[in-house]
Design a protein around this ligand. Structure first.
Ligand code: TRP
Length: 335
C-alpha cells in the first residue's frame, strides 16, 4: 500500500470527436502504454469537451466506445491503467464549475485554441468553448497528477492549470498538486502526409492514417505522401530541408524500431518510389493487430461495459476525495 501511494500519477485524455489516427498512436498512446509500470495512469475519453462543438449523438456514442476499444487494442491494459469515460465521473463537471470561478476572463481570452475554434465555428461561439480550459483543469486536478502528457497544442492549457493551482492554493492552502506538462521527446510529432509542415490531423484526411483504416487505403495515402522537391531525391534525415521524407522516416523508425542511419542504408541508391510503399507496408503491419483486436473488443459489449464501469468506479473514488476537499475548503456545507 505504502509503495503504491508513492507512485507518480499521470493523466491524459483525448476527445472522441474524431477517429484515432497514427499521430495519436505514435505521438501519445504508445508512450502512455510504456508508462504503466512506472506510474499510476488515468486515461479518459473527453466526451464532455466534444460538445463545445456540435456533435451527432449517435456518432459521439459510437466513437467514444471505439476509442476505448482502440486504447485497449493499442496496449493500454485496463488492469494496469484506469480507463474511463469523462461523463461517467460527475466530479469533472462539479470541479469544473468551481474552477471556472478561479479562472479569469482575460486568461481564457488568450487561449489560442479558443481563438482558433471560435474563428472556425463562428456560428457557435458558446460559453463552453470559452470555459473549456477550466474543465480541463478540473480533469487534471481531480487526480492530483505529477505529469500530464500532452501535445504542444495543449501546453497552454496545462500552463493555465498551473496558474489556477497557484491561485487556489494561495487562498486555501495546499489543495492541489502542481502538475507538469510531459511533452514526449523526438519521434513523437507525426506530421500530415500531404502537408508535412503541420501535425497529422483528421481535418486533413488524405494526409491522415486512421487506426481502423483498410490496408489498401493506408497504402494509397503513403504512395501519395508529399516528398520533397530537392534534387538529390535520396532518403536522408533532414527535417529542415526535407520535411516530407524526414516525417516518413520518423514514422518508419517508430513502427520498425530502426534508427535513421539504418534506414538511410536500407534505401541507399533507391528513390522515394521504393521508400514510400515500404513505409506504407510497415505501418499496415504495425496497425493490423491493433485493428483486429479493436474490432474483436468492440463486438464484446459486455467486456467493454465492464471496463468502463470499473474505470468510472476507480476514477470516481479518487475524484471524489479531491472534490470533497475542495468543497470543504471553499465553504460548502457537507451533506
Ligand atoms: N483538451 C485536450 C485536447 O483537445 C483533451 C483533454 C481534455 C485533456 N482534458 C484533458 C488532455 C486533460 C489532457 C488532460 O486534446
Amino acid at each position: 500500500m505504502e509503495a503504491q501511494a508513492k507512485r507518480k500519477v499521470m493523466l491524459s485524455g483525448i476527445q472522441p470527436s474524431g477517429d484515432l489516427h497514427l499521430g495519436n498512436y505514435l505521438g501519445a498512446i504508445q508512450n502512455w502504454r510504456d508508462r504503466a509500470e512506472e506510474f499510476d495512469c488515468y486515461y479518459f475519453m473527453a466526451d464532455l469537451h466534444t460538445i463545445t462543438v456540435r456533435q451527432t449523438p449517435a456518432d459521439l456514442r459510437r466513437r467514444t466506445l471505439e476509442q476505448l476499444a482502440q486504447y485497449i487494442a493499442c496496449g493500454l491494459d485496463p488492469e494496469r491503467n484506469t480507463l474511463f469515460i469523462q461523463s461517467h465521473v460527475p466530479q469533472h463537471a462539479q470541479l469544473g464549475w468551481v474552477l471556472n470561478c478561479f479562472t479569469m476572463f482575460g486568461e481564457l481570452s488568450r487561449m489560442t485554441q479558443f481563438k482558433d475554434k471560435s474563428a472556425k465555428h463562428g456560428d457557435n461561439v458558446n460559453g463552453g468553448l470559452f470555459t473549456y480550459p477550466a474543465l480541463m483543469a478540473a480533469d487534471i486536478l481531480l487526480y492530483q497528477p505529477d505529469y500530464v502528457p500532452v501535445g504542444e497544442d495543449q501546453k497552454q492549457h496545462v500552463e493555465l492549470t498551473r496558474n489556477i493551482v497557484q491561485r487556489f492554493n494561495g487562498i486555501y492552502g495546499e489543495v492541489f498538486r502542481m502538475p507538469e506538462p510531459y511533452i514526449p521527446k523526438a519521434g513523437a510529432r507525426i506530421m500530415g502526409l500531404t502537408a508535412p509542415d503541420s501535425k497529422m490531423s483528421k481535418s486533413a484526411p488524405e494526409g491522415c492514417v486512421f487506426l481502423m483504416e483498410r490496408p489498401e487505403d493506408i497504402q494509397r495515402k503513403f504512395k501519395r505522401a508529399v516528398t520533397d522537391s530537392d534534387t538529390e531525391r535520396c532518403v536522408r534525415y533532414d527535417p529542415a530541408a526535407k520535411p516530407g521524407v524526414s516525417n516518413l522516416m520518423n514514422i518508419y523508425s517508430a513502427v520498425t524500431g530502426k534508427d535513421y542511419a539504418q534506414i538511410e542504408r536500407e534505401f541507399d541508391g533507391q528513390g522515394y518510389g521504393a521508400f514510400k510503399p515500404a513505409v506504407g507496408d510497415a505501418v499496415i503491419e504495425a496497425l493490423r493487430p491493433i485493428r483486429e483486436e479493436a474490432e474483436r473488443i468492440l463486438k464484446d459489449k459486455a467486456y467493454l461495459e465492464q471496463v468502463y464501469r470499473t474505470g468510472a468506479q476507480r476514477a470516481g473514488y479518487v475524484a471524489d476525495k479531491t472534490l470533497c476537499k475542495v468543497y470543504r475548503k471553499v465553504g460548502f456545507v457537507a451533506l
